[in-house]
Structure formats: structure tokens, C-alpha cells
Design a protein around this ligand. Structure first.
Ligand code: PLP
Length: 448
């Protein structure tokens, strides 16, 4: 693929004249229903990504975000964040290729996977992607033979007890082994420029960040005594809030230390930007036979409803397996004329995905009014670890994706890319007019 070209053509629908995300969802459902092609689909609001970025720069001014591509690798998302000036955390050759193909420069990439296939390291070296993480001696040996000029970042294991995904079970050198690893790196003549950690996904306790930053300080001091001049601290991902982080950075890595601080947020940037729409493709009524099951006389005591929808845990809803503690709450899409009062009888319901595997269960013990085959359900906050984890199991179609943005967000891109704009677009007014409608951005966002 040519650098700077999008692998797929993307459209962005401009939200204007009072048009909302909900209106776009309504019209897509209408379109799919009338074509009798009820595929699952996402609607993304790029305004949410922009807002997240503005919030980040306001709240964590010292920390440069390197967006974790694994979280949602749609080219439009990556291009947009690139336009906003973020760097990128890539975990594989494929993610590096994607970022480079969208015009991201190698210096804005950290190859943040402590255990890399040798040929991926070779590829990174060939592209000038030099900054990469490690947490073990074998990795140091591989890197010394495949990319001796690499700028290494030692990933340390930190407390993840307050996080929903415990990444430190798999990655991170213990503090007690850090010294030995640094000594080995020195023997091999490798440069170790910093420390990284990840507190685990969905970390709910900012004290965890404080402790991890203090641990990093300890490793910096250890490295200094071994002759390394470390200059980079990478505070990873897992962000749900930012309190205490600035304070801890100022305490352990004050501005005067000259240490550059980056982070690898994933979910933070994209989760709220996407809504998923799925269709009920089949249903069963299972009559309850035991008394035990008849415990709720008010709300459908005698039956359990089982629904089958057109997306599931092998598709866009893998979060059920990955993040079992995160509640998902699909709700019925109703067109405005369809409103029903709140007194509707609720039934205990199970929602299954479409595949033939019985682990493809999206929800159980879910009390909702009876659904019809053909109904649409919506799920908000569906942008993180959904699209990027999707498989083709049973060959069900992957969800379609529709992007939208307010004219303000859209124009902001345009402004921030005047140079490209002036270079590549001859008729300025025509472009502005186009932006008002369904503006085709192939090749434009790629340069953003
Ligand atoms: N960095 C690394 C190395 C990761 O493994 C992950 C997630 O698995 C992230 C960043 C992004 O984490 P989050 O989406 O929780 O911010």
C-alpha cells in the first residue's frame, strides 16, 4: 500500500441542521430493513474522539498520548488521532504497517509489546521504528541481533489489583529482576531509554498510578547507577480518570528532570464514540418447569425468552468474554412513532449470538419486555476492543461502520491540515460545500 493512502474508502456524514447520531441510526435501520439486509452496524461519532483528546490535553498536559491501536484499529480513527497529533502504541508488524500506511512517522510509534516475533522486530528495524519495550533477557538477545540501535523501554510489572484486566500476569519485569536485566542490556551494548508499565485495563484506583510512577522512579535511579541516562517514562493505558497522575508525576518526575512522559491510552479515546446496532434474528419461548424458576409473579413468571441476534462474542461483542465484569445493556431501538409506556411486562431473557457455539451468549438473566424477530437493539460505548477483536467464525458478516462528525470537528481537521489542503485541493469552496454533505474523505484523512 502506498504511504498516505487509505486501505478502504470511508465516508463521514456531517451532523448538521440538528441531525443527531440517533437520526443516523434510524436512517441506517430503515435502509437495511428495506433492502432486507439486516447486518449489524456501528455508528461512530468522531466528535467524541476529539472531545476525549481535548480533555486529555487539558488534564494531563505533560503526558503525550500514544494511542493503543489494538483498541480500535479503524483507519479513520487512527487518521483522526494522527491529525490531532497523538503518537501510536503498536503491538505487531501489522499495526505498525497500518500506522505507517496512514502517514504516521516512525518516531511517533512505540512498538509496545515486550515479546515480539523476530521477523516483526526485523520489520520495525527496516522501517526506522526504534522505540520498543522488553521485559526479559531473551528479548534483549533477539533485539541485540536484529535491531541493535533500538531505543529500549523496560516494561515493569506493577500492582493491578484494582483493574479489570490484569495484564501484569503476562507482562512486566519484577522490580527485583530489573537490575539484572539492565546489567544484561549494558553488557550487550543496548540503549535503554526508559521505563513503561500498564496498570491493567479499566483501572479504578488512581493510587495505583501513583505507586507505579514511584516504582518507575526507583528503576530510573537503579539505571542511573548502572550508567544509563533514561529519558522516557511511559505510563501505559487503563485510564478511567486522571486524578493523582499529575501530582505523582510532579513528585517523582518533575519537569526539571527533563524526562519525556508518554502514555498508551486505548479505551479512553474510542469507547464512547461508537454505538452498535444488532438485529433480533430468531427467538424461542422456554416455559419454566420448576417452582424455583417461578419466583417473580409480577413479571413473566412462567417463561424465559431466548433471543438470537446477528452479532455476538465471536464478533463485535467479545467484551462479554474479555471483560465479563463490564455490564452491557442493550436497549430496544424504537422509531419515534413506536413509543410504548413503561408498564410493559418484563421477561427474564437470554440473548445469544448468531454462531453455533454455546459460549456465544451475550447476556442472561436480562429482564426486558418481549422482543420481536426483526427488532433492533442498540449498545452504547461500543468502540473499545470490539471491532479490533472481531473474528469471522461461522462466516457471519462483520458489522458495517458508519462515521459521522459535526461540521466543527470536520472543519477542525481541515484547518489543522492547511498545508495538505493547499497542496492537494484546488477548489477550496467546492471542498467546503462537499463537507456539508456526505464528504468522501479517501486520501484526505490519510494525510491528516
Ligand atoms: N498498552 C498496552 C501495552 C496494552 O496491552 C493495552 C491494552 O491491552 C493498552 C496500552 C491500552 O489499554 P487501555 O485500552 O486499557 O487504555
Amino acid at each position: 500500500m502506498m504511504p498516505g493512502s487509505l486501505p478502504v474508502n470511508q465516508n463521514i456524514e456531517i451532523l448538521e441542521n440538528g441531525k443527531t447520531i440517533r437520526d443516523i441510526i434510524d436512517s441506517k435501520i430503515k435502509e437495511l430493513d428495506s433492502a432486507e439486509n439486516q447486518q449489524p452496524f456501528f455508528v461512530a461519532n468522531l466528535d467524541c474522539v476529539l472531545k476525549a483528546h481535548l480533555r486529555w490535553t487539558k488534564n494531563l498536559p505533560r503526558v503525550k498520548p500514544f494511542y493503543a491501536v489494538k483498541c480500535n484499529d479503524k483507519p479513520t480513527v487512527v487518521s483522526m488521532l494522527s491529525a490531532l497529533g497523538t503518537g501510536f502504541d503498536c503491538a505487531s508488524k501489522g499495526e505498525i504497517q497500518l500506522a505507517l500506511s496512514l502517514g504516521v512517522t516512525p518516531d511517533k510509534i512505540i512498538y509496545a509489546n515486550p515479546t515480539k516475533p523476530s521477523y516483526h522486530i526485523k520489520y520495525a528495524a527496516s522501517q526506522g521504528v526504534d522505540t520498543m519495550t522488553f521485559d526479559n533477557e531473551e528479548e534483549l538477545l533477539k533485539i541485540s541481533s536484529l535491531h541493535a540501535q533500538a531505543k529500549l523501554v523496560l516494561r515493569i510489572a506493577v500492582d493491578h489489583s484494582k483493574s479489570l484486566k490484569k495484564l501484569n500476569l503476562k507482562f512486566g519485569a519484577t522490580l527485583s529482576s530489573a537490575g539484572k536485566l539492565l546489567e544484561r542490556a549494558a553488557q550487550l551494548g543496548l540503549q535503554v531509554i526508559g521505563v513503561s508499565f500498564h496498570v491493567g485495563c479499566l483501572c479504578t484506583d488512581s493510587l495505583t498510578f501513583k505507586r507505579a510512577i514511584a516504582d518507575s522512579r526507583h528503576v530510573f535511579d537503579m539505571a542511573k547507577s548502572l550508567g544509563f541516562k533514561m529519558s522516557l517514562l511511559d505510563i501505559g493505558g487503563g485510564f478511567t480518570g486522571t486524578d493523582l497522575i499529575n501530582e505523582s508525576l510532579d513528585e517523582f518526575f518533575p519537569s526539571e528532570s527533563g524526562v519525556r512522559i508518554i502514555a498508551e491510552p486505548g479505551r479512553y479515546f474510542v469507547e464512547s464514540a461508537f454505538t452498535l446496532a444488532v438485529n433480533v434474528i430468531a427467538k424461542k419461548t422456554v416455559m419454566n418447569e420448576t417452582e424455583e424458576n417461578c419466583d417473580n409473579t409480577e413479571s413473566g413468571p412462567d417463561r424465559t425468552m431466548e433471543y438470537y441476534i446477528n452479532d455476538g462474542v465471536f464478533g463485535s461483542i467479545s467484551s462479554v468474554l474479555n471483560f465479563p465484569d463490564v455490564k452491557i445493556e442493550p436497549y430496544l431501538h424504537r422509531v419515534k412513532s413506536d413509543a410504548v409506556g413503561s408498564s410493559e411486562l418484563k421477561y427474564k431473557s437470554v440473548i445469544w449470538g448468531p454462531t453455533c457455539d454455546c459460549i456465544d451468549k451475550v447476556l442472561e438473566n436480562y429482564w426486558i419486555p418481549e422482543l420481536r424477530v426483526g427488532d433492533w437493539l442498540l449498545m452504547d460505548n461500543a468502540g473499545a476492543y470490539t471491532l479490533s477483536i472481531c473474528s469471522d467464525f461461522n462466516n457471519f458478516e462483520r458489522a458495517l461502520i458508519y462515521f459521522s462528525a459535526s461540521a466543527d470537528t470536520y472543519n477542525r481537521f481541515m484547518r489543522s491540515h492547511n498545508q495538505f489542503y493547499a497542496h492537494n485541493v484546488k477548489d477550496d469552496d467546492a471542498l467546503k460545500n462537499n463537507a456539508k454533505y456526505n464528504y468522501h474523505i479517501s486520501g484526505l484523512f490519510s494525510k491528516l
